[in-house]
Design a protein around this ligand. Structure first.
Ligand SMILES: C[S@@+](CC[C@H](N)C(=O)[O-])C[C@H]1O[C@@H](n2cnc3c(N)ncnc32)[C@H](O)[C@@H]1O
Length: 212
């Protein structure tokens, strides 16, 4: 199973203060990694209910926002937030699953994925897709779980994603996808059943396609 169960929780996702805090911690770390500048075309992949994007909008000026998720339940919440003004009226909501779909023919300056990649089975394919969506020099920011013992998803009997990642392994996978200057830092901690699970932020820059 992938992440289908998450869509069932979309309507009540934002009621959990821990989820709001974690997303804001991710947004703070991503915002600190983005150089100041003009208009930034943001794609959040696996955006869920858009909490990370909301945190980015509060911190960064000039964001043009596209929010992608494979879950119809999450996309319904996102569309509702666009309709009620929680998210900008020009924010786009995309159905996208890069494990199965080709990347759309668009380019972004900033691609963010928060707590998504441990759910995907074909990590290389998804990272290739995210890199393809970046303009030359654009940033890929991946927040995800440090490698754990499998207890994080033990309540899901058929979870078949990753038990987090070794930071060096994910950095290497980002490098194979065409990201350079990859850095990894502590980002936040998730408490579950009294246990702390570390979350890192990995940031890489899309190398120029002409190799220069
Ligand atoms: C744990 S939630 C995180 C939501 C949000 N990024 C946050 O940090 O608050 C993971 C999200 O990734 C989405 N997702 C999982 N697998 C995906 C895939 N292959 N393609 C696109 N979205 C995916 C899920 O539907 C869910 O919304």
């Amino acid at each position: 199973m992938g992440a289908e169960h998450l869509g069932d929780r979309a309507a009540t996702w934002d009621e959990d203060p821990d989820k709001r805090r974690q997303a804001d911690d991710v947004a703070r770390a991503v915002a600190a990694a983005v150089p100041p500048g003009g208009r930034t075309r943001l794609l959040e992949y696996g955006a869920g209910t858009g909490l990370v994007a909301q945190g980015l909008l509060a911190r960064l000026d000039g964001l043009a926002v596209t929010l992608a998720d494979s879950s119809s339940g999450m996309r319904a919440v996102l569309a509702g937030k666009v309709a009620d003004g929680t998210l900008p009226s020009d924010a786009r909501v995309w159905e996208l699953d890069l494990e199965h779909d080709d990347p759309p023919a668009e380019r972004f300056d900033l691609v963010v994925s928060s707590m998504v990649l441990h759910h995907v089975r074909d990590l290389a394919r998804v990272l290739d897709g995210l890199a393809a969506l970046l303009d030359d020099g654009g940033l890929l920011c991946v927040a995800d779980l440090d490698h754990e013992d499998g207890s994080f998803h033990e309540h899901l009997h058929d979870f078949d994603g990753h038990h987090g990642f070794e930071r060096a392994d994910l950095s290497a996978a980002m490098g194979r996808a065409g990201l350079v200057d990859v850095t990894v830092q502590d980002c936040t901690v998730i408490e579950r059943d009294g246990r702390p699970y570390g979350v890192f932020l990995a940031v890489g820059r899309r190398e120029r396609r002409d190799g220069a």
